[in-house]
Design a protein around this ligand. Structure first.
Ligand SMILES: Cc1cc2nc3c(=O)[nH]c(=O)nc-3n(C[C@H](O)[C@H](O)[C@H](O)COP(=O)(O)OP(=O)(O)OC[C@H]3O[C@@H](n4cnc5c(N)ncnc54)[C@H](O)[C@@H]3O)c2cc1C
Length: 806
């Protein structure tokens, strides 16, 4: 055999595998090798004939599915089945809930970019825009977060306004008196309020997330919907949803809150009902709730409902004023005074028709919760995070120009450019993800994995943004008071990190766990086929899977060798290279994921450091895809290039780091080495944004007013004279003008037109020499005054300070 012949065979094999023809690739590759062998003249024709016969038999056996099913699959199925994960009932419900979309494409290693770029997000309607410009703007102007913190609650007029304008009924259809908003509008509302008051945002957000209204809409009986939805929409009922208890936090299904089916008296009448005992904590809106959505374990020891004693988790709506309920006390969530507290119920007897969906829904609570989780999780915390991040971007970019040290705006120092670029880049990326995820919900999906990614990675983005913002504002960030508008955003970060699935759990367990089952092109089908004992179904899934592995490996290698350039799909122009590199990342992720599943089998779900890294890789690919989509959908503006480039380079470096970490820690070492050669044939080349890119992003957010405006669009910007952001904005305008005048003065001093002198003396010399006009001198004075005003921090009367709420 010649080397050329072998090379041609291997190239054919890889080429056919690349275009997803695994079976034909192996058959043609093997056939060519045999021909080449014959051409070269084998030492023994008997050996050649034997090898050819064997090859033909194997090719035929694997090529004809009925033969394969008869002879091969029965041997394979039990062996492979042992490696497949065993799912408990609660786990199965959680993993199977919701739908998949772009995550499935990324998981496949062969994303179809048309699916993403041809997808048209639903635009805001006239009514939704009017609501954002009207009631939301008005609400924001009524709010002063510092005062809210001092009084420990939203003012009564804000509560009235929230109810009157139906903020609590954003997801409730108009026919029930709600606003019936799209996910995009709902997200825009939460984003805007968050930029003004975290307390108000959480208050408005919770009734529209997973809770009584969402559950009633999907599972409620007609009578329940007709009764409660109009009352919830009008704010006549304040709902809360109580799942978490002292024993059941992340493992919510372990709740010890219990309902016993029994006979008892309700409003004087003897009925079959439930006696409830519960202890819940951390429940948002609980202290003022009138209607409790309660999750508990239902038991029927006397078999009053049927044969089943353990009915399982059940959700019911319980009026808060019933006897036996202790409600009203408050927790203090990091000093942010949204209503949050424990609820205890002792021997509370209620009718069975309090169960959401009626008695036939008894025991279906976990499924209902898991199925309904995605919509709220896609919107609430991602939007709150983006609102906070945009506010931080706006405040810090102004402050970095207004605040001068060493005679220079601090934003001009490279050391400050670095966190500034991170703030701006992450804000772009987070906003893009918020918009795309809401659009997916509007398209009718219940994105289980993508909503978990949006929740976890956008709340983490806010953590990074606020930490950087604190560092840039330094002392001014630390002194609390009405001037410090970022203090509460910083304090609220752990709230977002913890609720709706704490981030460690979401990252290390949920995202990849659910992704591997739901997004993998064959895994779920294999599990289902194995569990049902369906040989033909298993055969299709398993051999499809085998072909997928070979073709993904070949794709990873060829895309790795070409740095993604073999990817032909995606938009033309600036975004193209990033699309190609994401395709390469996706194929690398897919093959790394295969290797983890195959080598660790059922153990993989306990190797959370590995699944956490795989979650990182999947998540950063989604975040980068969302950024590219946003860039294209907003007209691929040149001014936005620095942001999208930073976002993609940062994301690609994170994907690479995650995959590298997986391979470094995979127990099957030779396999890890082989896969490393496939994924990184030219080494690890995604190095993240370089210094030039970082400076470019910082300059864009400091000097390009339109780009800054676009990056922070959709938040509330207070009037010029208001403490905090309002005055900072006014000072920025004056400082920008002053910087231009000062530059002229310095140039005049350098060229000897006027003498070098410090500040005011230089300006006066410039005026005398006609370098600047009197109006410009006044502009310099106005800028100085504005600067002095916005670098001030709050100081409190020593006598008054100890009594203040903080
Ligand atoms: C301000 C606030 C508002 C809330 N509002 C509500 C509400 O309205 N209704 C409601 O029902 N609940 C609410 N919660 C509860 C919230 O959902 C829980 O706090 C959350 O689920 C975590 O539970 P836990 O705090 O008991 O943490 P724990 O479950 O004790 O977890 C502690 C840590 O361990 C990690 N962890 C746990 N298991 C795993 C695992 N298998 N793998 C990896 N890491 C793991 C978690 O990620 C977390 O970091 C609220 C909480 C807060 C703080």
């Amino acid at each position: 055999m010649t080397l050329t012949g072998i090379a041609i065979s291997v190239a054919l094999l890889i080429g056919l595998l690349f275009v997803q023809r695994a079976y034909w690739a192996w058959t043609a590759g093997g056939g060519l090798l045999l021909l080449e062998w014959a051409y070269a003249g084998p030492d023994s024709w008997v050996t050649w004939l034997g090898a050819s016969a064997l090859f033909g038999a194997v090719a035929l056996l694997f090529g004809k599915s009925d033969w394969r099913c008869r002879w091969v699959t029965p041997l394979v199925m039990p062996r492979v089945g042992r490696l497949l994960p065993r799912l408990g009932e609660t786990e199965r419900i959680a993993l199977e809930a919701g739908t998949v979309w772009w995550d499935k494409q990324l998981f496949s290693g062969r994303p179809d970019w048309g699916v993403l770029f041809d997808f048209r997000p639903q635009a805001l309607s006239e009514r939704e825009r009017a609501f954002l410009d009207g009631p939301v703007e008005r609400l924001c102007s009524m709010l002063r977060e510092w005062d809210v913190c001092q009084s420990g609650d939203l003012p009564p007029d804000v509560w009235r306004f929230l109810k009157q304008e139906r903020f609590f009924g954003m997801i409730i259809p108009e026919k029930y008196g709600g606003l019936g908003f799209s996910a995009q509008a709902h997200s825009a509302v939460v984003q805007k309020i968050s930029s003004r008051s975290i307390t108000a945002a959480v208050t408005a957000m919770v009734p529209n997330s997973l809770g009584p209204a969402e559950l009633l809409l999907h599972y409620g009986t007609t009578a329940q919907r007709d009764h409660y939805l109009p009352r919830l929409a009008r704010g006549e009922e304040i709902p809360c949803f109580a799942l978490t208890g002292p024993e059941a936090g992340s493992d919510a299904a372990a709740t010890q809150s219990e309902g016993i089916v029994c006979r008892g008296k309700y409003r004087g009448e003897e009925i079959v009902g439930m006696r409830l005992d519960w202890h819940k904590r951390y429940i948002t809106l609980a202290p003022i709730a009138t209607l409790i959505g309660l999750a508990f374990r239902l038991r029927d020891p006397d078999r009053l409902l049927g044969d089943e004693v353990e009915r399982g988790i059940t959700c019911a709506l319980i009026p808060a004023d019933l006897e036996g309920i202790e409600i009203g006390s408050r927790h203090d969530p990091m000093g942010i005074p949204f209503q949050n507290g424990p609820i205890v119920g002792r021997g509370v007897f209620v009718p069975l028709d309090f169960i959401i969906g009626g008695v036939e829904r008894a025991g279906q609570g976990w499924r209902m919760l898991m199925e309904s989780l995605a919509a709220g999780r896609s919107i609430s915390l991602p939007s709150l995070s983006v609102g906070g991040a945009k506010l931080a971007t706006r405040v810090v970019s102004a402050y970095a120009m207004v605040r001068e040290q060493f005679d220079t705006p601090i934003g001009r120092f490279e050391g400050v450019e670095e966190p500034l670029a991170r703030i701006a880049g992450l804000t772009y990326l987070a906003d893009a993800t918020r918009i795309l995820t809401a659009a997916i919900v509007d398209a009718g999906e219940k994105p289980a994995v993508l909503s978990a990614i949006a929740k976890a990675y956008l709340t983490e983005a806010l953590r990074s943004v606020t930490n950087d913002a604190m560092d840039i504002r330094a002392g001014a960030a630390i002194q609390r008071g009405p001037r410090n508008v970022l203090g509460n955003v910083y304090a609220a970060v752990p709230v977002g990190i913890t609720v709706e699935g704490a981030n460690i759990l979401t990252r290390s367990m949920i995202i990849y766990g659910q992704g591997a089952v739901r997004c993998h092109p064959f895994a779920l089908e294999e599990i289902r086929a194995f569990e049902s004992g369906d040989l033909e179904r298993f055969d299709r899934a398993f051999f499809g899977h085998v072909g997928h592995v070979f073709s993904t490996a070949s794709r990873a290698l060829l895309l790795g060798l070409s740095s993604g350039r073999l990817e032909r799909a995606g938009p033309d122009g600036f975004a193209r290279r990033y699309v190609q590199r994401l395709s390469q990342a996706s194929s690398g992720f897919a093959i790394a994921s295969e290797v983890c599943m195959a080598s660790l089998g059922g153990q993989l779900k306990r190797r959370e450091m590995i699944t956490g890294r795989l979650a990182d890789a999947l998540a950063w690919m989604y975040l980068a895809s969302a950024s590219l989509k946003h860039f294209q959908d907003t007209g691929a503006r040149v001014g936005d290039r620095p942001f999208v480039a930073w976002a993609c380079e940062h994301a690609l470096a994170n994907v690479q780091q995650a995959l590298d970490g997986v391979l470094r820690n995979l127990p099957a070492r030779p396999l890890a080495w082989a896969i490393r050669a496939l994924i990184f044939p030219l080494g690890r080349r995604a190095r993240g944004p370089n210094d030039a890119r970082v400076s470019e992003v910082a300059t864009a957010v400091l000097d390009d007013a339109e780009a800054r405006e676009r990056l922070t669009s959709g938040i509330f910007v207070p009037p010029d004279d208001e403490l905090g952001l309002g005055r900072l904005e006014a000072a920025l305008e004056k400082a920008a003008e002053a910087l231009r005048i000062e530059a002229r003065l310095r140039a005049a001093a350098r060229s000897g037109v006027i003498e070098r002198a410090p500040g005011e003396a230089l300006a006066n010399a410039g005026l005398a020499a006609g370098v600047i006009s009197r109006a410009e001198l006044e502009a310099l004075h106005a800028a100085d005054e504005a600067r002095a005003e916005v670098i001030r921090v709050d100081a409190f009367d020593a006598a008054e300070y100890p009594g203040m709420q903080r």
